[in-house]
Design a binder for this molecule. Structure first.
Ligand SMILES: C[S@@+](CC[C@H](N)C(=O)[O-])C[C@H]1O[C@@H](n2cnc3c(N)ncnc32)[C@H](O)[C@@H]1O
Length: 195
């Protein structure tokens, strides 16, 4: 199953311009991997990579980084804005990743996992990960507090008002709360060390 809500070229261009770049989270993920299995930083796969700004953040830490997405327009935007020699992009469903079992050190899905066929994706990510590899599912929620100088509170209020208006139009596939979906994915993983 693929939610094809991100396909247009204009959508991909807006993504490239405005999506968040979770730099701090990526550093945290890599340092947590480093504590568990130092020096195993060969291949990272960023699933549902969109226009690739999160994918690029992985480049300094891995020999090879592959961003994957179902949308050709998003991948075109990602490729056009990347000149990093160790980063490439591939079109494929998140539920059928073109990697050998145990080949991947890190699988990320940045603001993407909730859109996927979640049980199949988790199973597929688990298949491609090496023993002790890392699956990192990043996202933000609509009840976030924004930070921006001394207008943080006002911005948070505006954002809340904006989301309150949009909420009735939310995709029914996601249900009322993504937090719940992430909690379910978290519970479904039987790894001994989950955070
Ligand atoms: C909300 S966007 C996130 C993009 C990017 N990771 C970011 O943080 O900006 C979700 C992405 O998942 C992709 N997607 C949705 N369903 C998919 C599937 N089944 N397999 C692969 N990609 C999928 C969409 O094309 C889209 O680019």
């Amino acid at each position: 199953m693929a939610v094809r809500a991100f396909e247009g070229k204009d959508h991909a261009a807006a993504y490239w311009q405005f999506r968040v770049t979770p730099q701090e989270l990526i550093s945290k993920i890599v340092s947590s991997m480093d504590k568990k299995t130092p020096k195993q930083f060969n291949l990272a796969v960023d699933v549902g990579c969109g226009s690739g700004q999160g994918t690029k953040l992985l480049a300094p830490y891995f020999t090879k980084v592959v961003g994957t997405d179902i949308s050709p327009a998003q991948l075109e935007m990602a490729s056009a804005n990347s000149n990093l020699p160790n980063v490439s992009y591939r079109q494929c469903p998140a539920e059928e990743l073109p990697f050998a079992s145990g080949e991947v050190d890190l699988v990320t899905a940045m603001t993407a996992a909730h859109w996927l066929d979640r049980p199949r994706f988790i199973q597929e990510a688990d298949r491609v990960l090496r023993p002790g590899g890392c699956m990192a599912l990043l996202s933000y929620t609509l009840d976030m507090d924004l930070e921006y100088g001394d207008i943080a509170e006002a911005l948070t209020d505006i954002c809340k008002e904006f989301y309150d208006v949009l909420r009735p139009f939310r995709y029914s596939y996601l249900g009322p709360s993504s937090k719940k979906l992430y909690a379910e994915m978290f519970e479904s993983c039987s790894y001994p060390d989950k955070e």
